[in-house]
Design a protein around this ligand. Structure first.
Ligand code: 13P
Ligand code: SF4
Length: 336
């Protein structure tokens, strides 16, 4: 969106990109979706179901979610599902897998099985096993830390998992000097710039964050004086170098709530702005139209159908469940 060649002035930028009247926006959305939302609430009661949703989901999904958060919060919340029998995960496949790993006895549903992740697709368990053997011969202390954006079978052969909120903490706490960090190279570079350990990275990235360039950020910064730039660590390092803060999605919400600043450029998937709009209505948010096509595959209709027809169920082999659970538990132990 910032890349059309000409630099609009501040007023034009505000007109085009600032989020407008949050109340009107919410009202219109609620009127449009009221029937479906009521149907979902009824089905939730009948099925004794809980809906967990990631921050990048459509705003109408937030209306039916019991909990909305970043990957770390969702993993924590998935361990506290009380007496729910069914968990509907409004997010992408690896997130639903994580919920299943932490709730093997419950039915976990993903409303659309096509909701994958380009980053998770960049590493397979077979390729990781080969690389681990190769590097293990060179560095006998080698440990594997996997970013949560990977499949459960990749997690199952990793020593610990991490999310964007605790990657540095997990790497610092793990008992090895050499860490093979998979699959996000940008996050690996970010961790490397804050640790004395040796990070061996993988050639993966998130297509949404990796496309953002420093010139896009620079142009908004010069057009809107005083704007604070909040960037997700899945962005390239030359983009992170221009950020005032590098944060996970939920940490961006907290930062915006607590900061004295009143204007922010939110450098991550554009859905986060919907949450910012509803939770921090007194401040202004500028966003890039960087949309994750996978996250947006989840709709209210799909969520209703998932609950009504109990589809699409996430299942994992016992060995994968056990191995991935160990990596996730290790993350919660090391990374808080
Ligand atoms: P968070 O852990 O910050 O929610 O990010 C997840 C993700 O998929 C980012 O692209
Ligand atoms: Fe995957 Fe990127 Fe989409 Fe997050 S935003 S789910 S990392 S493709």
């Amino acid at each position: 969106m910032f890349s059309n060649g000409t630099l609009p002035d501040a007023r034009e930028l505000e007109r085009r990109f600032a989020v407008l009247d949050p109340e009107a926006y919410n009202r219109a959305a609620c009127e449009r979706y009221a029937g479906l939302i009521a149907e979902i609430e009824q089905l939730k009661r009948e099925r004794r179901a809980l809906i967990l949703a990631h921050n990048y989901q459509r705003p109408e999904i937030f209306e039916v979610a019991d909990f909305v958060g970043d990957s770390l919060e969702l993993a924590r919340r998935a361990r506290e599902t009380g007496n729910a029998e069914v968990i509907v995960f409004c997010g992408v496949h690896f997130m639903a897998e994580t919920a299943k790993v932490l709730n093997p006895e419950r039915t976990v549903l993903l409303p659309d099985l096509h909701a994958g992740c380009s980053l998770a697709d960049s590493v397979t368990a077979e390729a990781l096993a080969d690389r681990k053997a190769e590097l293990g011969a060179l560095y006998p202390d080698l440990k594997v830390v996997c970013y949560v954006n990977c499949t459960a079978d990749v997690k199952a052969i990793s020593d610990a998992c991490c999310t964007s909120a605790n990657a540095l903490k997990v790497v610092e706490a793990i008992d090895s000097q050499h860490v093979l960090f998979v699959p996000d190279r940008n996050l690996a570079d970010y961790v490397q710039s804050h640790t004395r350990k040796t990070i061996l990275s993988w050639d993966g990235n998130c297509y949404v964050h990796h496309q953002i360039t420093p010139s896009e950020i620079g142009r908004v910064k010069s057009a809107v004086p005083g704007i604070q730039v909040l960037a997700h660590p899945e962005c390239r390092k030359d983009v992170l170098a221009l950020a005032d803060a590098v944060l996970s999605t939920s940490a961006m919400v907290r930062y915006a709530q607590q900061s004295d600043a009143d204007k922010f450029l939110v450098v991550t998937e554009c859905g986060l702005s919907d949450r910012l709009l509803t939770e921090v209505p007194t401040k202004r948010f500028f966003k890039a139209c960087k949309l994750c096509r996978f996250m947006k595959m989840i709709t209210l209709e799909g969520t209703r159908d998932a609950l009504r027809d109990l589809r699409y169920e996430i299942t994992l082999p016992a060995g994968v469940l056990a191995g991935a659970r160990q990596a996730l538990e290790r993350m919660l132990e090391l990374g808080g």
